[in-house]
Design a protein around this ligand. Structure first.
Ligand SMILES: NC(=O)C1=CN([C@@H]2O[C@H](COP(=O)(O)OP(=O)(O)OC[C@H]3O[C@@H](n4cnc5c(N)ncnc54)[C@H](OP(=O)(O)O)[C@@H]3O)[C@@H](O)[C@H]2O)C=CC1
Ligand SMILES: O=C(O)[C@@H]1CCC=N1
Length: 292
């Protein structure tokens, strides 16, 4: 395990290698350094955001968060009163915690503060209601591959967000992967169902494939390796190849062969297409419910 000092040095090395994006903010407060907040944080640091410009706010930090902050050389604050309104306030708490947390978080929002929320379902209008002082609000939906810089994030901004603030949001989110700006906020709940929640569907496929291998007679550890290797290898091929997913599927499928027999089972009304359609619709519906 690296020591805190070594980890800070590692981030410093990354920063030394590339010129930081000038749109990165000079002060940022992260409210919620859980799975996604911490993933985004590492992307910012790799992009060149100076750790001294970041504060993690957590009223009851776990040992894990204390270690995370110490290793990265980042201030960890438990009291909002001790923090001045930053250039960017990132909200990465659970949507269900917002109503309770917002009255105190609002003390961190000055008219110059860009509020960047990754909360599923929470709308720009709803956020503006919680943070009336805020001029600019950006609503984003990242996904878990952000933790290795391979995420894809949908993002939409309030009308009061100016070009410089949009650039700041892009610079921050690009630290963890691709960024897709949306013109229409109505799209972001559907995007949540596809890419926000989507990694879980892929991991569930790995689980199902491994279990199916065991049911077909394979030892469990071999089935797990085969399922994992098949999904990661297929993802890498999808990325490296100029072919579409459809063309790649066809490349695996010999006429009258084993894959065609399997795909027959995955097609039709009880197949994977309708199941995924229902899954995405359910996620979208849940995001809409979380708006309230
Ligand atoms: N996980 C994912 O793949 C994705 C998540 N999101 C969104 O990211 C947000 C966070 O999700 P996730 O990271 O999974 O959840 P986590 O539970 O891992 O992280 C939430 C963090 O917020 C902390 N927290 C709770 N209340 C406060 C507060 N008042 N001030 C500061 N920190 C607080 C929690 O601490 P404690 O545990 O002590 O309560 C926890 O560390 C959600 O809104 C979710 O919709 C978006 C895209 C993908
Ligand atoms: O499950 C959730 O609500 C969050 C949002 C998208 C992924 N995880």
């Amino acid at each position: 395990m690296p020591t805190g000092a070594q980890t800070v040095q590692r981030f410093a090395d990354v920063i030394d290698g590339a010129a930081p994006d000038p749109a990165l903010p000079s002060s940022l407060v992260l409210a919620g350094a859980g799975k996604m907040g911490a993933s985004l944080l590492d992307g910012w640091l790799k992009s060149g955001l100076d750790p001294v410009n970041v504060t993690i706010l957590d009223p009851h930090p776990s040992e894990h968060i204390e270690r995370l902050a110490a290793e990265r050389g980042i201030a960890l604050n438990t009291a909002i009163e001790a923090i001045r309104p930053p250039e960017v306030l990132v909200l990465a708490i659970k949507p269900q915690s917002l109503a309770e947390a917002a009255p105190s978080l609002a003390r961190l929002v000055a008219p110059h503060t860009l509020v960047l929320s990754i909360l599923a379902g929470k709308t720009l209008a709803g956020l503006a209601g919680h943070f009336p002082e805020a001029g600019a609000i950006v609503r984003a939906m990242p996904n878990l591959p952000a933790s290795i810089g391979r995420g894809i994030t949908g993002v939409v901004a309030s009308q009061k967000t100016d070009d410089a603030q949009r650039s700041t949001a892009t610079a921050l989110l690009a630290g963890s992967g691709a960024v897709e700006w949306l013109d229409d906020e109505a799209l972001i709940d559907a995007l949540t169902g596809v890419s926000g929640s989507g990694p879980a569907y892929v991991f569930h496929l790995v689980e199902a494939l491994a279990a199916a291998g065991v049911a077909a007679g394979l030892p469990a550890d071999l089935a797990e390796r085969l399922a994992r290797g098949t999904v990661t290898g297929s993802g890498a091929l999808l990325e490296a190849s100029p072919l579409s997913a459809t063309a790649l599927r066809e490349a695996v499928t010999s006429k009258g062969g084993t894959t065609a027999a399997a795909l027959d089972e995955l097609s039709g009304d009880n197949g994977i297409g309708p199941a995924v359609t229902r899954a995405v619709a359910a996620a979208k519906r849940r995001a809409q419910e979380l708006a309230d």
